[in-house]
Design a protein around this ligand. Structure first.
Ligand code: ZN
Length: 323
């Protein structure tokens, strides 16, 4: 039996678990997902992981029983994660996981080797080793979700930095007079404009000036980026405006990153953003308008793995580490 790798991905809202059979061309053999509970501590998180793992094993008896055959767990998490010692320094939305030796805890609880990484870096690892970043030397990935994840690849290597702290670009301030509301406590962070809550707030603002739009009628459903994209694709002008404005904010932040890193291309992912031409076109336009020569032509393109990127990065992390 060649064995298998276990991956896990904890974002702001969802918790996903997947398995990759060693040596298989399929990056993910199977997966499970849960709604994440904000009161999870290390033990509760390990129990949820065990539950998803057991469900996958029940469907794949060829993988073995319990931890037999598992070659390791890779785990991407939102927050400030030190990949060297598996320490979880900060975890927005999960107070019980803050400042905890999560890697050592899970290793003892589950009985397998554990590697941890910030989720934006894990998604970038997936695109670097098996996706849209293959063959490009210098590039960036951002993931749009509750916040904004990011990874930077220069010279074909993922930059991790001391304590795994490279990539917290969602907290770059793009408006000194912008809203409070980011969990970091500062005003005007990029992700308050281009993350989930920014999109929701913008939908209400635009709908107020377009009371007969499909967007206005959909507000009671609390439309997310996916729903607003569906409405835009169906012809709703107000929804397109929300996506264009969001894309402009995305692009302004990207233009700053272009000036810092000089990438050959930028990947945009997060599960829905990669299918949203209204948002991507506006982001590309903003990069053209706000970056400096010669980088204003850097292409803004969809990431390859959609919402699976973090989970694929996690199983690849289990397999080969971060470097
Ligand atoms: Zn912030």
């Amino acid at each position: 039996m060649p064995g298998y790798y276990l991956g896990a991905d904890l974002g702001g809202t969802n918790f996903r678990i997947g398995v990759r059979a060693a040596g298989s061309p399929d990056l993910l053999l199977d997966r499970e997902s849960f709604v994440a509970a904000p009161d999870w501590d290390c033990t509760a998180l390990g129990e949820a992981l065990r539950t998803g793992w057991d469900r996958i094993l029940a469907r794949h008896p060829e993988l073995g029983v319990g931890a037999d055959g598992c070659l390791g767990l890779g785990f991407g998490l939102t927050g400030d994660i030190d990949p060297l010692n598996g320490w979880c320094r900060t975890m927005p939305r999960f107070a019980g996981l803050e400042d905890q030796p999560l890697g050592a805890h899970l290793q003892a609880q589950l009985g397998v080797p554990v590697r941890l990484l910030n989720d934006g870096l894990a998604a970038t690892l997936a695109e670097l080793r098996a996706g849209a970043g293959m063959g490009t030397r210098d590039w960036l990935l951002i993931t749009l979700g509750t916040g904004i994840g990011c990874g930077v690849v220069l010279g074909g290597r993922l930059l991790v930095g001391e304590g795994g702290r490279i990539g917290r670009v969602g907290h770059q301030v793009i408006d000194l007079d912008g809203p409070l509301g980011c969990h970091c406590g500062f005003r005007g962070c990029w992700q308050t404009f281009a993350g989930k809550e920014g999109v929701t707030g913008r939908a209400h603002t635009v709908a107020a000036t377009h009371p007969d739009s499909q967007l206005a009628h959909a507000l009671a459903e609390h439309p997310d980026l996916k729903r607003i994209t569906e409405l835009a694709d169906a012809g709703d002008a107000a929804s397109r405006e929300v996506l264009r404005q969001t894309g402009t904010y995305v692009g302004i932040g990207l233009a700053n990153l272009v000036k810092a890193f000089g990438p050959q291309k930028i990947l945009v992912g997060g599960g829905i953003a990669e299918n949203c031409r209204w948002l991507l076109d506006a982001a590309q336009e903003a990069v053209h308008g706000w970056a400096v020569k010669p980088y204003q032509r850097v292409p803004v393109v969809p990431a390859g793995f959609g919402k699976d990127a973090g989970l694929i990065g996690a199983v690849l992390l289990a397999e080969a580490g971060v470097c």
